[in-house]
Design a protein around this ligand. Structure first.
Ligand code: SF4
Ligand code: SF4
Length: 630
């Protein structure tokens, strides 16, 4: 992303550059005069705010990593009410957090344009589900726009801000990883230097959303939503191309439009099909859609994740008495799960045309080529990762206590503790669920120790209310906070434990142990997980405590530690196995499983290039066969 970030602020309109979709969105926001940008990191959306952080001062805008998505939304929303253009970016799961204020913001309306860029994960590649966030736009009755390529990802931002200000409604821009992380050619526009002076004009009938005001604003929202549907008819990124004599039509929503074009090209059917390229996925431009529907006998609807548009179009066609075949995900012409590909869309269109197309042949070829080039790997915790040491300690502590144990996990890179040999967590649902679920298990008569595992960033995001709940309700749980000082999973964004802000300013470094004590936890310990015995002992002690207890396992993320060491000219000092002393018990491999270690000729060997010298394996080896140096 480094070089691309440099392109964010160059003012060379017309220049063609190669850009990642997320960076193009950031650029589009700057061209549109954004003044406030907020987010909580979440793959695949993180680079939008991540890139804006790096140019914030130069661009004269305010950017923050907020403690969670709801906070991010509320910060941007207030800025919008004060008249300045604001964006909040999140992944689809962040939308669940934003939902509460987002739905009310449609009632209050906005002043400066307010854009929520939300990145859905259809596959899903890095998420616990594949929800379709367009439902939120329908629920809130706000416009939702979908760009079809990287150029449009930039261009849609200015249009979205204009639409937001015209309607006084927040606007959603929905993308998927194929836009977020794809690089494409982008023609730059000019950067807006216009900076509005913030001014909040009080109006309690709008901004104090008590029920009497909500009743009035509901009618206002319905009016604005109807206006949004009118504007969708002429929205410039929608395009209808009617092919003379065509009986088949295709509606391609957002990125799917690119798949449709590729499929038609492969089938040589470009001129046999009428196409509606749809960017306004909510509300629908019904007249435009009807023009297509009434000109064909079959229509295929191509959209990512759920048949949202397809369902709307079925109802529209039925209401208008149109007699045509509507195909898509509901008719199993397209699969109900996983991400679409050009191949899948080509196969669906081929079936409609009665043409032969072996989609498996194409994908099998690609898969076999990839298999030849790339070694399959299970995601794992890095060599020397402090989380591995913490998980090892939790498992050993539970063994010592000898009463079984349930470990509730949370969202972060420490999810990788699920893989062998650690297999350290029993649940992982959503941000903050570890502590609350631990409370739940503790209240139903389970007599095993209940241990919740949560990272520092997730603790700030969603763990604190659940910890207060544990204290308030006398839940007998042990919370292990894995504090590595960064939001590591999404690319090492700073968080309240890091000591710097998104814009690089020094700030107060919040300590999870102090917050735990402030929440009323009496038993709080801080340990370095690289000290294996101390960590095991602290967890045993915490498990034996009769009330909620907290152990903070603090060690900076290994990758960040290595970066700092590199800057200081310090090289890691790797460990090695003394083969004469090694008894081949393989405890180090099967109980710790650092990726720097491997079995070779019945013995264990440490790869000195991968080993970071944490020394944890040396503490695990029962015969002290592992030592620093060769
Ligand atoms: S734990 Fe020690 S003795 Fe056992 S295999 Fe590993 S290095 Fe060898
Ligand atoms: S010292 Fe041991 S546990 Fe640490 S990185 Fe090296 S091999 Fe892995």
């Amino acid at each position: 992303m480094g070089m691309e970030v440099g392109l964010l602020t160059v003012d060379t309109p017309g220049q063609r550059v190669l850009m990642m979709g997320n960076v193009a969105i950031a650029r589009g926001a700057l061209e549109a005069g954004v003044q406030v940008a907020t987010s909580y990191p979440g793959t695949p959306s993180s680079e939008i705010i991540g890139s804006l952080c790096q140019v914030a001062r130069q661009a004269g805008i305010y950017v923050e990593w907020s403690t969670n998505e709801m906070v991010a939304f509320e910060v941007a929303f207030a800025a919008s009410l004060a008249g300045v253009r604001s964006i909040v970016a999140c992944k689809h799961l962040g939308m669940n957090w934003i939902a509460d204020p987002f739905l009310v913001s449609a009632y209050t309306g906005v002043n400066g344009g307010l854009i929520i860029v939300v990145a859905d994960d259809p596959h899903p590649y890095s998420s616990q589900n594949a929800e379709d966030t367009r439902y939120y736009a329908k629920l809130a009755k706000v416009p939702c726009l979908e760009p079809s390529d990287v150029q449009e990802a930039k261009d849609v931002m200015a249009l979205a801000f204009e639409l937001s200000e015209t309607l006084q409604l927040p606007v959603m821009v929905r993308i998927t990883p194929r836009i977020a992380h794809t690089r494409g050619i982008v023609v730059l526009g000019s950067i807006s230097r216009l900076r509005r002076k913030a001014n909040f004009e009080k109006d309690s009938t709008r901004y104090v959303m008590i029920s009497s005001n909500a009743r009035n604003r509901h009618a206002w929202l319905n009016k604005q939503y109807a206006r949004a549907a009118e504007l969708a008819e002429t929205f410039q990124l929608n395009r209808l191309k009617l092919a003379p004599g065509a009986t088949v039509g295709v509606i391609g929503c957002g990125l799917s439009y690119g798949y449709v074009r590729e499929a038609l090209h492969l089938l040589g059917a470009e001129n046999q099909v009428s196409i509606l390229k749809l960017a306004t996925v909510n509300p629908l431009p019904t007249q435009l859609v009807c023009k297509l529907l009434s000109s064909v006998t079959t229509v295929l609807i191509v959209e990512e994740i759920d048949p949202v548009i397809e369902t709307d179009i079925r109802s529209l066609a039925q209401g208008l008495g149109l007699n045509l075949e509507i195909r898509g995900r509901l008719t199993n012409d397209l699969p109900r799960e996983l991400e679409l590909t050009p191949d899948i869309v080509t196969a669906a269109l081929a079936r409609i045309f009665g043409a032969s197309y072996d989609s498996n042949a194409a994908s099998n070829y690609v898969i076999s080529e990839i298999n030849n080039l790339v070694t399959r790997r299970t995601p794992f915790l890095c060599a020397g990762c402090p989380h591995r040491a913490s998980y090892y300690a939790i498992k050993q502590a539970l063994k010592k206590v000898n009463r079984g144990g349930i470990v509730t996990g949370d969202r972060g890179c420490y999810n990788q503790g699920i893989h062998p040999p650690l297999k350290a967590i029993d649940t992982c649902i959503c941000m903050g669920a570890s502590i609350a679920m631990a409370c739940g298990f503790s209240k139903v008569g389970i007599e095993e120790p209940i241990v919740a595992v949560i990272g520092d960033s997730t603790f700030f995001h969603a763990g604190i209310p659940a910890l207060i709940n544990a204290v308030y309700n006398h839940a007998k749980v042990t919370v292990v906070i894995l504090d590595n000082g960064w939001t590591a999973m999404t690319g090492h964004q700073p968080n309240p434990a890091t000591g710097i802000t998104a814009m690089g300013d020094p700030t107060k470094m919040l300590k999870p142990e102090e917050l735990a004590m402030a929440c009323g936890v009496d038993h709080v310990k801080v340990v370095d997980p690289y000290n294996v015995k101390a960590t095991i002992d602290s967890i045993v002690e915490a498990i034996n405590h009769p009330e909620p207890s907290v152990v903070v396992c603090r060690h900076i993320c290994t990758l960040q530690e290595l970066r700092t060491m590199k800057l200081m000219g310090i090289k890691p000092a790797p460990y090695s196995v003394n083969l004469d002393e090694c008894t081949s018990c393989k405890l180090c491999l099967f109980q710790l499983g650092c990726p720097a270690m491997a079995a070779e000729n019945g013995k264990v060997k440490i790869d000195t290039y991968t080993c970071v010298g944490c020394g944890v394996c040396a503490q695990v080896c029962p015969v002290e066969a592992i030592r620093r140096g060769s």
